[in-house]
Design a protein around this ligand. Structure first.
Ligand SMILES: Cc1cc2nc3c(=O)[nH]c(=O)nc-3n(C[C@H](O)[C@H](O)[C@H](O)COP(=O)(O)OP(=O)(O)OC[C@H]3O[C@@H](n4cnc5c(N)ncnc54)[C@H](O)[C@@H]3O)c2cc1C
Length: 368
């Protein structure tokens, strides 16, 4: 079987690794001139790490993780966790995104990756799919996977009328810096005033990563550093936020990433007989649950299992979609409750409800 994957983000690369272990010939088409990893660091939860284990990349990926057992702090640094949950419900491995993507690209096989290759469309017929590229060439395959992120060209053709949308007023600023004298424990996650969240934490390779998020944020008008500092001030009762403020002040403007958060509306379908969406292309989520990438990695497992079990590719894609759509309905329900949380205690409760579900019932559903 020949499979073309559009996109070499964390999900496309994972799909490349997994489908090769099934014996498929894989071509990963990436529009950028390099393997990109937008963002500083990413929290990868145990359910996704198990997927990497299953497809042989777990050891290398786990080696770059720093275990983060999150507490939820108010603006004055009073910490809480919801009673009745295990420490696993608060724990993930924090990884530097660029290093993670390089490891995954090596595991997927560099010779299977074609850079500067933008997928612009496809044509399906009874025998396969022709994938059209921006340079005028095309690739013939049995299956096209759209793992091309929130602005997915594959989704735009497969499910017209569902472009990425702005999560109104939701902005995030983040960066990674060499660690200095910041307190060892970090301040993730502080839930401050005016719907602001953020903090810093130490990570792989002597680095410290910081982020500042705000729901219902006024439109940013100043420099990235100025805007991040304005929001970080909402998490600084009694000096709790001073180390974060110092860190932001010392971060060069061009190191700071600012995003208006985007999301993908719920899609009526994710597949046709020869095309499947996965990762952010299918379900780009607001990042306040810190798990969009983790969940996308599980999409890969579900697709592979469906392909192994089904009598035909078309039947496998039906099974894949049948599993994923209700799964993400539940993700949205739990994530929306986190978004509505008014303070650190409520945030801790709803985040733990989400992660507990994801690591238990959700993971079991992805492994059936
Ligand atoms: C601020 C923030 C914090 C987050 N924190 C976490 C976290 O802690 N844990 C977690 O699990 N998730 C987190 N997420 C979510 C996570 O980053 C995404 O869910 C994940 O990166 C999606 O991976 P992907 O491979 O689906 O898409 P992407 O990473 O967007 O990759 C898509 C790739 O496709 C390429 N591409 C696009 N169009 C085309 C085309 N037409 N042809 C060819 N290539 C194309 C792009 O260049 C890119 O390389 C966070 C997100 C944000 C914004």
């Amino acid at each position: 079987m020949r499979i073309v994957i559009a996109g070499t983000g964390i999900v496309g690369l994972t799909a490349g690794i997994a489908l090769r272990t099934m014996g498929a010939e894989v071509l990963l088409c990436e529009q950028a001139p390099e393997i990109r990893a937008a963002g500083a660091s990413i929290g990868i939860w145990e359910n996704a790490l198990k997927v990497f284990d299953e497809f042989g990349a777990g050891k290398e990926v786990r080696a770059i993780g720093t275990t983060l057992e999150t507490w939820f702090f108010d603006a004055a640094g009073r910490r809480s966790r919801a009673p009745g949950f295990a420490v696993e419900d608060y724990s993930f491995e924090l990884m530097p995104r660029p290093v993670l993507n390089e490891i995954l690209a090596d595991a997927a096989g560099r010779k299977n990756i074609r850079l500067n290759s933008k997928v612009i469309g496809f044509k399906e017929d009874a025998d396969g799919v022709t994938v059209e590229l921006a340079d005028g060439t095309s690739e013939r395959a049995d299956l096209l996977i759209g793992a091309d992120g929130v602005y997915s060209a594959v989704r735009n053709q497969l499910v017209p009328g569902f472009p990425a949308q702005k999560h109104a007023g939701h902005h995030v600023w983040r960066a990674m810096m060499p660690s200095g004298n910041e307190p060892k424990e970090g301040t993730v996650l502080t839930v401050g005033h005016k719907r602001t969240r953020g903090g810093f934490t130490h990570t792989h390779g002597g680095q410290v990563t910081w982020m500042v998020n705000q729901f219902d944020s006024p439109e940013p008008t100043g420099s990235k550093r100025e805007e991040a500092l304005k929001r970080a001030a909402n998490m600084n009762d009694d000096g709790w936020g001073e180390p974060l403020l110092r860190l932001i002040e010392s971060t060069p403007e061009d190191h700071i990433i600012h995003n208006q958060i985007m999301f993908v509306p719920t899609l009526p379908h994710w597949t046709s007989s020869r095309v499947a969406l996965m990762g952010d292309a299918a379900h780009g989520l607001s990042p306040h649950i810190s798990a969009g990438g983790t969940l996308g990695i599980e999409d890969v497992l579900v697709l592979v299992r469906s392909m192994q079990r089904s009598s035909s590719l078309a039947a496998a894609l039906v099974e894949y979609e049948k599993n994923r759509k209700p799964h993400y309905q539940k993700v949205h329900e739990l994530a929306d409750a986190v978004e509505r949380a008014g303070d650190a205690e409520e945030y801790a409760l709803h985040q733990a409800r989400f992660s507990h579900w994801m690591l238990n019932d959700g993971a079991a559903n992805s492994r059936t």
